[in-house]
Design a protein around this ligand. Sequence first.
Ligand SMILES: Cc1cc2nc3c(=O)[nH]c(=O)nc-3n(C[C@H](O)[C@H](O)[C@H](O)COP(=O)(O)OP(=O)(O)OC[C@H]3O[C@@H](n4cnc5c(N)ncnc54)[C@H](O)[C@@H]3O)c2cc1C
Length: 571
Amino acid sequence: MQGHSDLSAPFDCSGFMIERLQVSEAEEYEEGDVSREQHLEKLKAGHTFDLLIIGGGATGCGVALDAATRGLKVALVEKNDFSEGTSSRSTKLVHGGVRYLEAAVKKLDRVQYHLVRDGLKERYRLLKNAPHLSNRLALVTPLYRWIDVPYVFIGLKLYDLLSGKRHIGHSQLLSRKEALRRFPMLKAEGLKAGVLYYDGQFHDARMALSLALTAQHHGATISNHVAVTGLIKRDDKICGAEVTDSLTGESWTIHARGVINATGPFADRIRQMDNPAASEIIYTSTGIHIVLDKRFTLPDTGLMIPETEDGRVLFVLPWEDHALIGTTDEPAAITEHPKPLDSEIEYLLRHVSRYFNLKVERSDIKAAWSGLRPLVKDPEAVNTASLARDHVIELSADGLLTIAGGKWTTYREMAMDAVDQALNCFLIEAPNPDCQTRHLTVLGGANYYEEGDQFLIEKYGFAADVAAYLHRTYGDQAELVARLNTPQDGIRLVDGYPILEAEVLYAVRYEMAERVIDVLARRTPLALIDNAAARSAVPRVLEIMAEELGWDQRRCAEETQLAVQRLSEGL
Ligand SMILES: Cc1cc2nc3c(=O)[nH]c(=O)nc-3n(C[C@H](O)[C@H](O)[C@H](O)COP(=O)(O)OP(=O)(O)OC[C@H]3O[C@@H](n4cnc5c(N)ncnc54)[C@H](O)[C@@H]3O)c2cc1C
């Protein structure tokens, strides 16, 4: 089991200690209840769970972890793969929301103020609780009007101040000369100054997976590729759901004392399974990202335009040794696998060259993807047209608890609120009535220490890039991947990338990867950073998975077709 580690205590850095701890953890994990088959057996066994959670994104996985650590009997089902919805396609920033702060100050709005303050607290906790999957990121905003210099700088100082003892770095004002020297990608013409500030960055898909796996470490029964197709009621109260395994077509019923709808953009579909007349509360907006070679960014600093002329955010961030460029937000229809439109990509290319000293051609794009943000209309709000800035929790007449909105950064707080409400409204007594996740390290983080990549190099002979990647991707579980690795220094899945073939086996054996695209787009970041490389890896990933899982020719053909379809039509 993952311990409740004291994060104020320094991490243990002695190699011996780490090695010993890793082995014992690894063994325990190996014996753990990790196979999807075992989870499915439990889901089919006719138990009544305390809570059934629908949706395996940031929200659902966070709720499962919160509930399981309070000692509840928890089931979670995800229709596709964990985080296959919005939660693997975010901008990967852990932030308090500088933009909300501006609104809080301009409109003296307490709600916005609390939103930023809570976001900053959660920023700190995420960085502490998932140290391997997250890092501090410096961001620079160029200023082109003198009036913006004091305005933005004071705003960012307030941002630092609000984070209090949880601050992660002090903002600085940069002179024009200094800004251009350090950040040559900034447009020189008209530049007055720059401000440098700090937020966090993380690997969203692996974070959701780690939350799910940590929840199962604490006793939750979880499965991906299981969809809720209907809700079941007794005496007009929801008491479970009908589900279908999307891989086999098998259907059955799961009983629970309470059902939580954490399906993000799809929340209305579940609400309407409960009450077909329920009015919609979800509005979706899209944000797109393109990924370029690392020469378009600096390795440790992102560039951020908080508001372009047409009011959008525009950023160039380093991520996984590449440049992540993106913008938000356009109203969009709900689709499971959204694809950036040509017009959106053209928009981004135009704006990048307008705002930055970067000449980006369409041919420079290595990958492009988009995500749907679930914005929620508060059903209790007097002004029904206004969208909630925070998350919303709604209890229907027949007892469906819906949680939606918020942002990745605040998933833990959202989960805590949802479980608090669930205990109340479903009259469940939890062994631990209070939230346990404030200082709970997620899987891979407990024995993580910064220089752990050196240990992997020394013990396993990995190249430096492979060791660094394994270390930041798997944390203290990296040795489990290393042990699956033959020959010792590792076979790369694709030339030029640190991703190993051994990770495919690891993903199948320990991380419930069931499809080729699960490995390419979520267990590893390959599909998000290099579409062509991901395509070229399909046959080898298929071969390894087919052998491990005993797939027949029909399944192999289906997997190839699905992987190619997702890589060309939207992840
Ligand atoms: C472009 C973009 C950038 C963003 N960037 C950031 C950022 O940098 N930082 C930040 O903090 N936040 C960011 N966000 C917000 C954040 O990504 C979302 O708030 C968060 O991921 C939503 O998680 P969720 O679990 O509610 O929804 P989702 O991740 O969409 O999860 C819902 C899940 O429910 C499943 N589901 C649906 N129907 C069923 C069913 N019938 N049965 C079972 N399962 C079902 C879906 O398959 C899906 O996996 C961004 C959002 C967007 C769109």
